[in-house]
Design a protein around this ligand. Structure first.
Ligand SMILES: CCCCCC/C=C\CCCCCCCCCC(=O)SCCNC(=O)CCNC(=O)[C@H](O)C(C)(C)COP(=O)(O)OP(=O)(O)OC[C@H]1O[C@@H](n2cnc3c(N)ncnc32)[C@H](O)[C@@H]1OP(=O)(O)O
Ligand SMILES: CCCCCCCC/C=C\CCCCCCCC(=O)OC[C@@H](O)COP(=O)(O)O
Length: 270
């Protein structure tokens, strides 16, 4: 009787072997469930360590998330580590393709660095709570004036508490094979804090993850950390050119690393 109950479980490896659509859904569900579970473990650890919301909790979160890539068959190749060896506050900007970006982010996350995220993320159960405990700054994208004032406060906190902030300047997830035009918030933030910008580019996920075709294979993601862009002496008048400059260096790096990876990994499995 017990053995009979186990029988459907045997289907899992069979389906994993034969159906790439099953692999796609299995990996996605596993990812969400595992992250929720890790967050559940992290919550008491963070509370015990710092008693509540604190950027130092990101160390615990970073350590707990770093093994998840192995389950999903993902590898990261990182270049430009030396550009993160900058003292004091800075603003990291990177392209944003999927919630899987969290894995690459945790791979290279510097100390005392937290993120700017949409406020809806706080309702994501245990993940939402861990984001709050990790000091993530939540913004309301539907109310520009609110978002601006939260980010102005964040610029002050960055300096007062020596914090680094990671912003996704595209403002939303994008897997269209190119970068979306940048929103301006990250650049106002850097200018207000007079802190440098460190651009980071994730190569395209299209060689292993295709949402429409329901494909989630193993793959390698290249992370390229680019040289910092100074903002000392800049004012809000310089924001547009700073944004354009950042966009251009990131776009050319994105196209460069995405092309080389698609060619070296060979064709997708069907
Ligand atoms: C232990 C296990 C746990 C496991 C689970 C958890 C694991 C880890 C936890 C970590 C996970 C974290 C991952 C977080 C990912 C979340 C990512 C996101 O949520 S992305 C979406 C949210 N982010 C953003 O939107 C940031 C980028 N957006 C912006 O910067 C925007 O500019 C804005 C939102 C501030 C405003 O957007 P919008 O209303 O569309 O306006 P714009 O066109 O950009 O600007 C309008 C004008 O306002 C000016 N402006 C903008 N910002 C400012 C400012 N701060 N100060 C002054 N002025 C500003 C801008 O220049 C425009 O004016 P103009 O005259 O046209 O120039
Ligand atoms: C009880 C509630 C259940 C909710 C379950 C959701 C839990 C998500 C679980 C695991 C994923 C862990 C990584 C979380 C961080 C993902 C952040 C993210 O990628 O947010 C999307 C946002 O950048 C842009 O949003 P839009 O593309 O504009 O939309």
């Amino acid at each position: 009787m017990d053995a009979l109950w186990m029988a459907p479980l045997l289907l899992v490896p069979v389906l994993m072997w034969t159906s790439s659509t099953f692999v796609f859904y299995f990996k996605k569900c596993f990812y969400v469930a595992w992250m929720m579970m890790l967050a559940l473990i992290a919550i008491p650890l963070c509370i015990l360590k710092s008693g509540g919301r604190d950027v130092e909790n990101m160390r615990i979160i970073r350590n707990l998330v770093r093994h998840v890539k192995y389950f999903l068959g993902l590898r990261f190749e990182v270049s430009g580590w030396e550009h993160l060896q900058t003292k004091g506050p800075y603003v990291i900007i990177s392209n944003h393709q999927s919630s899987l970006d969290v894995l690459g982010l945790m791979e290279i996350l510097p100390d005392r660095c937290t993120m700017i995220a949409k406020k809806e993320l706080i309702y994501a159960g245990t993940v939402g709570l861990i984001c709050w405990l990790g000091g993530i700054v939540f913004i309301n994208r539907k109310k520009t004036s609110d978002a601006k004032s939260v980010m102005a406060d964040a610029a002050k906190t960055m300096l007062d508490d020596q914090i680094r902030l990671w912003v996704f300047p595209e403002g939303t997830r994008n897997q269209r094979g190119d970068l979306l035009p940048f929103k301006k918030g990250a650049f106002h933030l850097a200018v207000q804090a007079q802190a440098p910008i460190i651009p980071i580019v994730f190569s395209s996920y299209s060689n292993f993850y295709l949402r429409e075709q329901k494909q989630f294979n193993s793959g390698t993601i290249t992370l390229k950390i680019l040289p910092k862009i100074e903002t000392k002496g800049m004012t809000s008048d310089d924001v547009a050119s700073l944004s354009d400059k950042s966009f251009n260096v990131m776009r050319s790096a994105f196209l460069d690393i995405s092309n080389s990876i698609t060619h070296s990994n060979g064709p997708l499995r069907h």
